[in-house]
Structures are given as C-alpha cells and as structure tokens.
Design a protein around this ligand. Structure first.
Ligand SMILES: Nc1ncnc2c1ncn2[C@@H]1O[C@H](COP(=O)(O)OP(=O)(O)OP(=O)(O)O)[C@@H](O)[C@H]1O
Ligand SMILES: [Mg+2]
Length: 271
C-alpha cells in the first residue's frame, strides 16, 4: 500500500452553490490500493471523488495529480435514453471508436462478451454495472473510480462485482476509489475505509469478521469473503461551523453482534 502517490488532496474545500459541501479534506490515493469512501446521503462523497478527478474545482486547498494520470470513472448516475436503441458494443464505441484488441482484452477480463449485442436498456442491474466497469477499463486506467457501483445489486451481485473489481486491481495494478452509502458493508479487499460527512470523520482498515457465526448469519456464506463489516468509532466532537447534518448514529453500531473487541482497530483521523 506504499505505492506511488497518484492523487493527493491537501486541505480542500468544495462548494456547491453557496454551500460548502466539503471542508478541510486531506486525502492521498496510492498505486494499487483500494479505498472505499462511506457516508450517509448528501455527505459529499460524489463531490469528493469528482473534485479528486478534476471534474469539480476546489474552493480552497490543493489537489495534485500525477501528470497524465489515466482515470476510469463510473459516475453514480448514467441515464440511458429508453427510446434510443443502443447496443453494448455501440456504448463501448462512444464517444470514440475503440480499438478491437483493447475491447477484446477488456471484455474477457470483465466477462461481458456475451452481452455485446444486447441492448443497454435490457441489461439487468448487475450486467449494466459490469458493462460500466468494462467501459471504464477501456482506457487502461491507473485509477478506477466507482461511485455507488453496486447500487441496485443484491448482496450476491455486490459480492460478485467486488470480486471482479479486486481481480481487475490485481491484474492491472490500478488504484480503486469506491464510494458507498452502505455504511456497514464494504468490500473486504478495501485497504482503507474513509468515513465522510462533510469532512473526514475517521478512517481505517475494514474489520474482517467473516469467521464469526453472526456474520455468516447476517451475510450468508456465499459471498466468498467479498463483503466485510466495517466498524468505526466517532469519539470526537464536531466544533466546525459548516452546514451539515451530523447524524452520526448512522455510522455507529453496525454489526454489533458480529464484532469482537480485538477487531476494533480503526483510528480517528480528524476531529
Ligand atoms: N449542483 C449542485 N448544486 C447545489 N448543491 C449540490 C449540487 N450537487 C450536490 N449538491 C449538494 O452537495 C451535497 C453533497 O452532495 P453529494 O452528491 O456529494 O453527496 P453524496 O454523499 O454523494 O450523496 P449520495 O449518497 O446521495 O450520493 C448535498 O447536500 C447536495 O445537495
Ligand atoms: Mg453520491
């Protein structure tokens, strides 16, 4: 996890309209690591990743990206016009035609070959997300950014998707920045989990509790270890003056029955 720094944000603030959505956020993403950002709706997760990739300006602070950094970005929302026929193959060729060998490389990696002639609007949720992942990989990214990539997928679908992402990371060596609003279930392969609520509340390694019977009861046994409970403590107070709801109960106590004291390893990074 001590790879080259790909993106580094120092004390950034980001405003949307008149509201400061992110305040004093510092973050670095290194080669090959998987980082998951969790936080309740409206906590600034999408804003943060968009600022990191340069799609939104920071109103304060500084963001440094490795020169020429290749980023594959799957946005949270992608609207496909239902009345417009578009096959998966055509979708891959937008906005510009993709080289055939690059395409065959990626479709083999992400197993979407059988979907190429299907219509985008006919894909199941899991197939759709897989196609978006494949498209993001077409540019051979050094950083893969997935904003709520498992939205609409059931537990098994999420687990499979996470396994796919981990395999891609292992093969390409790219860094992965994931966003999830599921506060208690994250990809177990995450090297770090960042809890965001307008600022970084805390960060740490996800607790892997898959050996516990309570975990298995909650999450089943067929996720092949792709999901883990993440537990963190908010033992700091919020004295800053910006405008967020801080309902930190949202971040507490998940998976209580499945954790053991020895797994309480997350540290508080801000306060
Ligand atoms: N274009 C915009 N103009 C004004 N405010 C915005 C705009 N986009 C986002 N916001 C506000 O910024 C805040 C953070 O939004 P953001 O989309 O980053 O949250 P999020 O953590 O990704 O939420 P979710 O889990 O719902 O995706 C919200 O209060 C949102 O209403
Ligand atoms: Mg979002």
């Amino acid at each position: 996890m001590t790879g080259e720094t790909l993106i580094e944000a120092s004390h950034i603030s980001v405003s949307r309209g008149s509201v400061t959505v992110l305040k004093d956020v510092s973050f670095a993403l290194h080669k090959g690591e998987i980082v998951t950002i969790v936080g309740p709706n409206g906590s600034g997760k999408s804003t943060m990743v968009r600022a990191l990739i340069g799609a939104l300006p920071a109103s304060a602070g500084k963001i440094i990206r490795l020169p020429g950094l290749r980023i594959g970005y799957v946005p949270q929302r992608l609207h496909i016009e239902r009345t417009l026929p578009m096959s998966v193959r055509r979708f891959f060729d937008l906005p510009k035609r993709i080289d055939a060998s690059a395409l065959s490389d990626v479709i083999n990696k992400v197993h979407v070959e059988h979907l190429l002639e299907r219509q985008m609007i006919d894909l199941s949720g899991g197939q759709f997300q897989r196609v978006l992942l494949a498209r993001a990989l077409l540019g051979n990214p050094q950083v893969l950014v997935l904003d709520e990539a498992t939205q609409g997928l059931d537990q098994r679908g999420s687990a499979e998707f996470y396994q796919q992402v981990e395999a891609v990371r292992n093969e390409l060596g790219c860094a992965v920045l994931m966003v999830s609003h599921e506060l208690h279930v994250v990809m177990s392969a995450s090297d770090r989990v960042i809890c965001l609520n307008g600022h970084i509340c805390c960060e740490g390694a996800p607790d892997v509790v898959s050996s516990q019977p309570e975990y298995r009861a909650l999450f089943g046994t067929d996720t092949r270890g792709a999901l883990a409970l993440y537990r963190h403590e908010h033992d700091h107070s919020h004295s800053h003056d910006h405008d967020h709801d801080h309902d930190h109960d949202l971040g507490h106590g998940h998976g209580d029955s499945a954790r053991s004291p020895s797994q309480d390893s997350n540290s508080d990074a801000a306060g």
